[in-house]
Design a protein around this ligand. Structure first.
Ligand SMILES: Cc1cc2nc3c(=O)[nH]c(=O)nc-3n(C[C@H](O)[C@H](O)[C@H](O)COP(=O)(O)OP(=O)(O)OC[C@H]3O[C@@H](n4cnc5c(N)ncnc54)[C@H](O)[C@@H]3O)c2cc1C
Length: 511
């Protein structure tokens, strides 16, 4: 018989968001919860992205949980292996393992308006939960564009987030499709090994130098012996990034100076004027994510690298045809083409109070109050939901803010007592979203003259937060009950009353 388990809270996903939620639940004294994860280990982003050169681009002392400082980060920007190990360590330290249900992909979730709970179908049995916390990640489902002829390509094809470590790139003719955050880490890591690397670039990114270095033994010792030094380091990294926010959100012209530095960075490594022109963006810096690498341009300048300044249009056998007609024969294609961000696959699988999926509700664009709760989906919240992304700082700050909100939401449910649910008022979601979108108009992401994955198919930025992380922390400190409707379970019918009603119905039928 298929197994069924009822829990108070079901968390979906075990990346930074899901693990953070699990730790927070335990800290709130809640142990009746599960973490449903489709993969066979924790780590999310840092489990799935194992490509050569994969590392964070926000310094490690800030890109980690405030409640689990790590004095032993090996580098200022640590690599995937260390970040993944850190998440495994957090899982053990905070006793999360017994709550994990690995290999449990959530296939469908339906709100039961009578029982006031979520019915969850997974690949291995079903669950029900009073509250669902969805932390399925904005960058967890790889996107490969629909390219004519790709299915017939005779060589190797994979996405950067699903790296095939069994395939040896040595001496091969390789095409890298895309020049985003992953591609600029992959290119310098594989360029010395491959025979020929062709980079298909639709739009060049702005790339700044990355001040990456090993963290010395004495520094690590100091952070271990005097933890406050680690806190100060984190505080400094945070403060610098908070001060930059105004330029992105209100005064994009202030980014002109940064643009000059980025241009100098190109000039330093790229001597060929034709290549330099190809690699120089024509939009305001910051409009797309500013990428950090000190090795990307030097690698691109090597004789075994070609830049095709046009997207991939078609695949004919082993020949790749770019939008400008350029033809290149290759042995392998690596897609660094990003993820399903504004069309999160989980949204197709969540069916709310009105029988509509979250994807249908978000057809006109994703929106959720404080990035957490969507109208029509009681007792359901997202971690890193709509408009909670950052262009310049650590997502862990935003995750922890959303966990504060989650904790208060559960406290409010406790206070309400009995069988109750909180359903966010559509007017509250609308008001929040109008405020966020109005602020978006002045940002560099909207006004900077680029197209990016921050924008949805309607051209709306439904991914980024147009303020400081401090402001978001204040906005998510507490649940404001006036923004919610309290839903009570329908009263169970008393047996005596039920008998009388049945008798009346019988009498009416006889007449
Ligand atoms: C290569 C790369 C580098 C990055 N570097 C940085 C950085 O330096 N700084 C920064 O701030 N951010 C960075 N990010 C963004 C990063 O995604 C976030 O910082 C953070 O890791 C997201 O955590 P998450 O838990 O929300 O999502 P994820 O880490 O993506 O975890 C989501 C989890 O949900 C699971 N899941 C999804 N769907 C289902 C389902 N239906 N059923 C069950 N389980 C499911 C997935 O398997 C996954 O384990 C980077 C992203 C990438 C891809």
């Amino acid at each position: 018989m298929a197994k069924h388990e009822h829990v108070r809270v079901a968390v979906i996903g075990s990346g930074f968001g899901g693990l953070g939620a699990a730790v927070r639940l335990r800290r709130e004294g809640i142990t009746d919860f599960v973490v449903l994860e489709r993969a066979d280990s924790v780590g999310g982003t840092w489990r799935d992205n194992s490509y050569p050169g994969c590392a964070c681009d926000v310094p490690s002392h800030l890109y980690s949980f405030s409640f689990a400082p790590n004095p032993d980060w090996p580098r200022t920007f640590s690599g995937q292996r260390h970040i993944r190990a850190y998440l495994e360590h957090v899982t053990d330290t905070f006793g999360i393992r017994p709550h994990l249900r690995l290999g449990h992909e959530v296939r469908k979730m339906t709100w039961d308006s009578e029982a006031l709970r979520w019915e969850i179908e997974t690949g291995q049995g079903s669950f029900s939960a009073d509250v669902v916390v969805s932390a399925t990640g904005p960058l967890s489902d790889p996107k490969i564009p629909d390219i004519e002829g790709l299915a017939e390509f005779p060589g190797k094809v994979f996405h950067s987030a699903r790296w095939d470590h069994d395939y040896d790139l040595t001496g091969k003719r390789v095409a890298m499709i895309g020049t985003g955050a992953s591609a600029i880490q992959i290119v310098p890591a594989i360029q010395p090994r491959v025979g020929k690397l062709t980079l298909f670039q639709r739009t060049p990114p702005w790339v700044m130098r990355r001040m990456d270095r090993a963290i010395s033994g004495p520094e690590r010792w100091l952070h271990r012996a005097l933890p406050v030094t680690g806190t100060l380091r984190r505080g400094l990294l945070w403060g610098i990034r908070e001060l930059q926010v105004g330029a992105f959100t209100k005064h994009p012209n202030e980014l002109g100076l940064v643009e000059k530095l980025a241009k100098a960075n190109i000039a330093k490594s790229i001597k060929d004027p034709v290549l330099r022109a190809k690699l120089t963006p024509s939009y305001r810096i910051g409009c797309k994510r500013i990428l950090l690498s000190s090795t990307y341009y030097p690698a691109v300048a090597q004789p075994n690298v070609d830049v095709v300044a046009a997207g991939l249009r078609e695949v004919r056998g082993s020949t790749l045809v770019a939008a400008d007609g350029t033809e290149t024969e290759v042995d392998a294609i690596i897609f660094g083409t990003g993820f399903h961000v504004t069309d999160m696959p989980i949204a197709e699988r969540v069916v709310g109070a009105e029988g509509k999926t979250l994807a249908e509700t978000w057809k006109g664009g994703m929106e959720a109050l404080r990035g957490a709760t969507a109208a029509g989906f009681p007792n359901f919240m997202t971690v890193i939901g709509p408009n909670t992304g950052l262009g310049n700082s650590s997502m862990i700050l935003m995750i922890e803010s959303q966990l504060n909100y989650m904790a208060d939401y559960l406290r409010q449910l406790d206070v309400l007592g009995g069988r109750a649910a909180l359903a966010v008022r559509p007017s509250a979601v609308g008001a929040w979203n109008r405020k966020v979108q109005a602020r978006m108009e002045r940002t560099v992401w909207k006004a900077g003259g680029c197209e990016s994955w921050y924008l949805d198919s309607n051209g709306r930025n439904t991914t980024l937060w147009p303020g400081t992380t401090g402001e978001f922390r204040r906005e998510t400190r507490q649940v404001d009950l006036s923004e919610y409707e309290v839903v009570r379970a329908p009263k169970p019918v008393k047996p005596a009353a039920a008998k009388t009603r049945a008798a009346t119905r019988k009498q009416e039928a006889a007449q």
